[in-house]
Design a protein around this ligand. Structure first.
Ligand SMILES: C[S@@+](CC[C@H](N)C(=O)[O-])C[C@H]1O[C@@H](n2cnc3c(N)ncnc32)[C@H](O)[C@@H]1O
Length: 241
């Protein structure tokens, strides 16, 4: 089950993610009222709950999940962040430069063809990029296959992502908020209206927790545990290979 309507090219979102980095973190803070910081911390703790030795922050953007894992780990852990946007990676590297004595590296790579051997990671964490990898993305199946390939047997995939509130009234409010406020404020601050129109629209139409769990199972992972965040506007999934 992949949502592949309306596809365009093999890297449909690439231009968007090389355009928005300078104000990316600021816009995240504004559209989530600061909650996204706490959500990434929770996702980092979910990754660390399995005491992984090697962790990948897939589609790391400006590196916050990887950096949170480095801060919160109370044992040596090898952390890689991977993204295809060079401007995002530049910001991630600059933010991580203050972390001393941590094994954290950011590499350029494409999620459909990752530069890592089979069964390399104990944990693959993905914060707010799984929707980009699967929603109307022609390469969705390859992205999922690659996640499974680079994970060790019994390794975990942890996904923090926008979700669908179970309550119909809250869900309607959330869709209105994403399509009106988020699309407008993000477009205005980033200068890229299409990027934030895409965010608002894709978040409103994205999978429910049950659908996303089903997608993971169909693609080689086991049933996902789900932790809703802020009335289900977002959530953290954790699925074992
Ligand atoms: C919405 S941002 C999320 C960034 C970060 N994980 C966070 O928590 O803020 C999505 C990121 O995924 C990256 N990305 C999207 N598709 C990708 C792909 N196919 N391969 C590698 N990176 C990709 C983008 O460049 C962008 O940095």
């Amino acid at each position: 089950m992949t949502n592949n309507k309306n596809t365009s090219g093999s890297r449909p979102l690439y231009g968007m993610f090389t355009d928005i980095p300078p104000r990316y973190d600021l816009i995240n803070r504004l559209i989530t009222w600061g909650m996204d910081k706490n959500w990434r911390q929770k996702a980092a703790l979910s990754c660390l709950a399995f005491r992984p030795q090697k962790v990948l922050d897939l589609c790391c953007g400006t590196g916050d999940l990887a950096i949170n894992i480095a801060y919160l780990a109370d044992y040596p852990v090898e952390i890689r962040g991977m993204d295809y946007s060079q401007p995002m990676l530049d910001i991630a590297r600059s933010k991580a430069s203050t972390l001393l004595g941590k094994n954290i590296n950011f590499v350029s790579g494409e999620a459909s063809k990752m530069p890592f051997p089979d069964e390399f990671f104990d944990c693959v964490g993905i914060s707010f990029a799984f929707r980009n990898l699967t929603y109307k993305n022609p390469l969705a199946a390859s992205h999922l296959a690659e996640i499974v390939r680079v994970l060790k047997k019994d390794g975990h995939c942890v996904i923090a992502e926008s979700s669908q509130p179970a309550n119909g009234f809250i869900r309607a409010l959330y869709h209105f908020y994403m399509r009106q406020y988020v699309a407008r404020i993000g477009g205005w601050l980033s200068g890229n209206k299409a990027a934030y129109r895409y965010l608002g629209d894709s978040a409103a139409k994205f999978y429910s927790p049950a659908e996303l769990s089903q997608l993971l199972i169909q693609n080689g992972l086991q049933k996902a545990d789900y932790q809703p965040l802020f009335f289900g506007a977002a959530g953290i999934y954790s699925a074992k290979k």
